[in-house]
Write a protein that binds this ligand. Structure first.
Ligand code: CUA
Length: 398
């Protein structure tokens, strides 16, 4: 089954039984748009062009074609914004995120209670019986309300002090991990994608690099060091922890810890240019064993393809793509774009721009700027056979 977000992002999408790990976007009322649920047309002829796009990013900069289409898209956006989806920090699954969400709820409730109290006080003041009019002067006798001003001031100070103490206590607790994290993640923000380097301080040989995906072992704090390759970004895994700015020339540190398994979407929380909204991270929190298995697979070098088309693709790749992209174990050593050693196992391409399918890969390689305007990756001048071969090669990089 193919589904196009342009035909209604809230459309029901049948859940594929052959599910792979990937991004979910939960939509209100049980409607689900499931990135991985979009059934892949793996055997379909690789066509390049709009008809070959099973999934168009919801936030893509393409203009709506009609007014009704635009309104439908806006309505869907507002519906999504109002939902408690997997990008919602109120639906927290991380330890820092949970305490911050609880604080947010308490502060909101307090603010609502204060507004309600003030409204009640105003109405009560208006309804209060006024003093008798003086026969001679025609003036009313007004009683002093000074006592209420003291009460109001005392209540205000008390509420502010409690809110301040709660905020400080929560932020202090969220600022440091419960123990020294055994795992370090260096996150390098680029316009508009994320480079992620995992390392284990005790065993440097276990390091590996990936892009636009974060895997977290449940119950294990991870130290995050943030670097920027260009402008100011902000690293944000809404369900796991709050934002931290990513500033050029400075290494900011934070930590994240997932409390339960699941997938969510991370994002950039600071406007950083044209594709700020399309700088997504596929976040997977999983049990330690599954995480270790994933990490072990990431450390492996790319296997040499044994099928003819894929091997031809490896040559085309080394010649045309290897200057910008790296594939471990090959001559492709580029560091400009994402490391592609295990690209086939990632749920999206272009940092959330497209679902990772062969057809979308072909479309992306053929003309990335038409998918994600402003992207550094240029349109590649490959003929159809070369394009098919490169895609076949990339599909072997699991
Ligand atoms: Cu990077 Cu906004």
């Amino acid at each position: 089954m193919r589904t196009d977000a342009r035909h209604g992002p809230a459309s029901r999408v049948a859940r594929s039984s052959s599910r792979r790990s990937g991004l979910h976007v939960r939509v209100c009322g049980g409607l689900k748009k499931d990135f991985e649920g979009l059934k892949k047309d793996d055997n379909k002829e690789l066509a390049v062009g709009p008809s070959s796009v099973p999934f168009q990013s919801f936030f893509s900069p393409t203009k709506p074609r009609t007014w009704s289409h635009g309104i439908a898209r806006l309505t869907a956006l507002l519906t999504l914004a109002a939902c408690n989806g997997t990008t919602s920090y109120l639906d927290a699954t991380g330890s820092a995120g949970r305490s911050e969400a609880t604080l947010g709820r308490w502060l909101t409730a307090t603010a609502c209670a204060v507004v309600l109290l003030v409204c009640v006080a105003i109405v009560a003041g208006m309804a209060r019986r006024r003093g008798e009019r003086d026969e001679g002067t025609g003036r009313r006798e007004v009683k002093s309300g000074l006592g209420w001003i003291y009460v109001g001031t005392a209540v205000t100070v008390a509420v502010l002090l409690v809110a301040y103490a709660g905020t400080m206590a929560t932020l202090a607790a969220a600022s440091r991990p419960p123990y020294t994290p055994p795992l370090v993640m260096d996150v390098i923000a680029h316009q508009w994608w994320w480079e992620i380097r995992y390392s284990d301080p005790a065993r440097p040989e276990l390091g590996f690099t990936t892009a636009n995906e974060v895997h977290l072992p449940v119950g294990v704090p991870v130290r995050v060091r943030l670097h920027s390759a260009d402008v100011i970004h902000s690293f944000w895994l809404p369900q796991i922890a709050g934002k931290t700015d990513v500033i050029p020339g400075q290494t900011n540190e934070t930590w994240v810890e997932a409390e339960r398994p699941g997938t969510s979407r991370g994002m950039c929380g600071e406007y950083c240019g044209l594709q700020h909204a399309e700088m997504a991270l596929a976040v997977t929190a999983e049990p330690r064993v599954a995480f270790d298995r994933w990490a072990q697979a990431r450390r492996a070098e790319a296997a040499v393809p044994n099928d003819g088309v894929a091997s031809a693709g490896a040559h085309v790749f080394a010649r045309s793509c290897g200057v910008c992209h790296a594939v471990a174990g090959t001559m492709a050593l580029g560091r400009v774009g994402p490391d592609l050693t295990h690209i086939a196992s990632r749920p999206t391409i272009g940092a959330g721009a497209l679902e990772n399918t062969p057809a979308n890969l072909a479309r992306w390689i053929h003309d990335a700027p038409s998918v994600k305007e402003g992207v550094r990756m240029p349109a590649m001048p490959l003929d159809a056979a070369e394009l098919r071969a490169v895609v076949a090669y990339l599909e072997t990089l699991r």
